[in-house]
Design a protein around this ligand. Sequence first.
Ligand code: PEP
Ligand code: MN
Length: 337
Amino acid sequence: MIVVMEPNASEGQVADVVNAITRAGFNVRRSGMDRVVLGVYGVGQAPEPELIAGLSGIAEVSVAGPHYRLVSRAFQPEDSRIELGNGVVVGGEQVVVMAGPCSVEDEETVNRIAEAVAKAGAHILRGGAYKPRTSPYAFQGLGEEGLYLLRQAADAHGLLTISEVMEPSQIPLAEHYCNVLQIGARNMQNFTLLRELGRSRRPVMLKRGPAATLDEWLAAAEYIASCGNPNILLCERGIRTFETATRNTFDLSAIPVAKSRSHLPVVADPSHGTGVREHVLPMARAAIAAGADAIMVEVHVEPEKALSDGAQSLTPPMFQRMMAEIRDVAAAVNRGL
Ligand code: PEP
Ligand code: MN
């Protein structure tokens, strides 16, 4: 439930509403610039508007979206700006770029990649240490060593880090080594993991599941928000359709739709979205034009030797060209890079 107060509601009137809600056992999160907006939520139960019937200063009560409230635009009309570290903010005027290998493979390779992406202007080094692989015989990631190598390489080149966590037990190590924790597409509805990351102090990037609707994606984000972590980035990475020419169908329209329904920043991942390196650059341009707040792409110094996702990894010269081109597109839609 979302309660919008009158623009001239007094603090006393707001307090009366908050007290009525909390007395009934629900939680309240406050937002709003010109007027106070109260997001009311409780785990496992839905608050009823009757709870605050008769109280003064209330302009509007809505039961926004059956599945999500805190992450909705109705609750917070203005865009969320999420600080990731080192002054890098996602959701503001500046477009943020995350780049790096699919997996952290070894010290030298991740260092060469970090050097190349930093030189071209990336802000964040990506690289998986815990890898969700379709085949149990494929490279599964280096675990903690991978997180350590990612951090070392990022620090050597002034970058932040992002890496995936697949289960709650991996969270403390990932928090230690990473600025942003990624939930992979396959885990979008791993509710235990979502709740645990709701208790993390690190921002979380939630990838859209390959078969998830917008509503399910935002409901998954609500799990994180309702457990106390408001610092969430949504990431569109392609969905499964009947089309086989690309690895996934990159759902460009999800970017404006997600941004209209939610105040959370949206990241576009055209690498997993297409699966083919030649198609990454045009889709990165399109994503920025469609309003994406950040781009995540895979980059490898020797993609043909990559232990995962080589076919969709850009070479450093391709990444450099992508940066130049998306800078122009960003400028055309009044954003910086
Ligand atoms: C990845 O980022 O390398 C990854 C496994 O992504 P996704 O969860 O989108 O498949
Ligand atoms: Mn990958």
